[in-house]
Design a protein around this ligand. Structure first.
Ligand code: FMN
Length: 192
């Protein structure tokens, strides 16, 4: 439980991943739980808010997501760069990755998914939208966002507040090969 987290209105949930942050996909089913990194996720529909995320069919995450019909996207801040890379490099089939890294979780309010708040900027709890053809043909999963929350030090009133004072919470953007860019260098367009 992180005292800085507050619910995000579902109409603003798409803004959490609009800028393409690397996410942690958390999942749980049948007494097992897991977390993996995903660079490929995006909003796809406004109301209700729906997202797409690529979860390789060979992963333990995919197995748990198909079993429970749910997952969460947690947005790691820059301070979690090593954790993010690590959970994207080994499978949960080789042991509980939360335990290995001493990572605490809370339980999602709607679907009971494991949520990481410590070091994360936000999370979205998502219900899988069953798409039999897509699930067989592709690694992409579609889901409805049913709850969301963010650390108010970096996202409040529906807007990101990226500045020099909250660098540990700046989202990560995968450049490949274990390299990430941190969100920052914000510039504001003039309204005409
Ligand atoms: C930075 C990063 C981004 C990744 N992005 C994705 C992705 O978008 N989709 C995917 O299926 N795998 C992605 N991966 C690979 C998975 O995280 C990796 O296969 C993971 O070990 C699967 O874990 P699991 O078997 O415990 O579910 C990424 C890995 C890293 C390090």
């Amino acid at each position: 439980m992180n005292e800085h987290f507050r619910p995000v209105a579902l109409e603003h949930a798409s803004r959490l991943i609009n800028h393409g942050p690397t996410v942690l996909v958390t999942s749980a089913a049948g007494g097992r739980r897991n977390v993996m990194a995903a660079a490929w996720s995006m909003p796809v529909e406004f109301t209700p808010p729906r997202i797409a995320v690529v979860i390789d069919k060979s992963t333990l995450t995919r197995e748990l997501v198909m079993a429970s019909g749910a997952f969460a996207l947690c947005l790691p801040g820059a301070a979690l760069v090593d954790f993010t890379h690590a959970v994207g490099s080994v499978s949960g089939r080789d042991g509980d990755k939360f335990e290995r890294h001493g990572m605490a979780v809370t339980q999602g309010p709607v679907l009971g998914m494991p949520l990481i708040e410590s070091g994360c900027a936000a999370w979205l709890e998502c219900r899988l939208i069953p798409e039999p053809h897509t699930e067989t043909a592709y690694d992409t999963c579609f889901a409805e966002v049913v709850a969301a929350a963010a650390d108010t030090r970096i996202f409040a009133n529906g807007h990101w507040l990226v500045n020099d004072d909250n660098q540990d919470l700046h989202t990560l953007h995968h450049l490949g090969g274990g390299n990430f860019a941190r969100a920052g260098g914000v510039i504001r367009a003039k309204s005409t």
